[in-house]
Design a protein around this ligand. Structure first.
Ligand code: AMP
Length: 171
């Protein structure tokens, strides 16, 4: 297997002092690395009943639609406020300072649909937990949450204890 960690660039003090930023653009531009990421996620979910993959703006949009294509299911975007044109459902969630909001089209999920949520990084888990609760509010079932990498020391998966959580890489 390709050494994926060696392809992820670690940028200190971005976007602010004290944060070590995991830059996945260096992984995505490597043909073998990119294929390995998508194939490994696909392998993990190939026997799981998934009706659609939800991606979280912005970096989730690199991985979620690609995985949806590989699994042969549709892709549903969860976006920052005021980007989606039709009627939306939204959820507000706490950030380190202040709050943020994410939106999804109200008719994006059919009741009982099994949805896989995909993002690049699982950090504190606040974003993923908010998206999982948005899906549930719309009557969807969270089939799982998949990440390229997980920052274990932030214990984000504790906020997602109700769900199956899978990360390709752990830091
Ligand atoms: P969180 O809600 O704390 O789990 O973090 C949510 C989002 O922040 C993820 O979608 C990541 O894209 C991004 N993120 C958080 N920490 C990092 C990091 N150290 N490097 C790269 N992205 C990060």
């Amino acid at each position: 297997m390709t050494n994926l960690k060696s392809l992820i660039r670690e940028v200190p003090d971005f976007p602010k002092p004290g944060i070590l930023f995991y830059d996945i653009t260096t992984l995505m531009k490597d043909p073998k690395g990119w294929r390995c990421v998508v194939d490994s996620l696909k392998d993990h979910y190939k026997d799981c009943k998934v009706d659609a993959v939800v991606g979280i703006e912005a970096r989730g949009f690199f991985f979620a639609p690609t995985l949806a294509y590989a699994l042969g299911v549709g892709f549903i975007p969860v976006r920052k406020p005021k980007k989606l044109p039709a009627e939306t459902a939204s959820i507000e969630y706490a950030l380190e300072y202040g709050a943020d909001r994410l939106e999804i089209h109200k008719d994006a999920i059919s009741p009982g649909q099994r949805v896989l949520i995909v993002d690049d990084v699982l950090a504190t888990g606040g974003t993923a937990a908010a998206v999982a609760s948005l899906i549930t509010q719309l009557g969807g079932e969270v089939a799982g949450l998949g990440f390229v990498l997980e920052l274990d020391f932030l214990h984000g998966r504790e906020k997602l204890a109700k769900y199956e959580v899978f990360s390709l890489l752990h830091y």
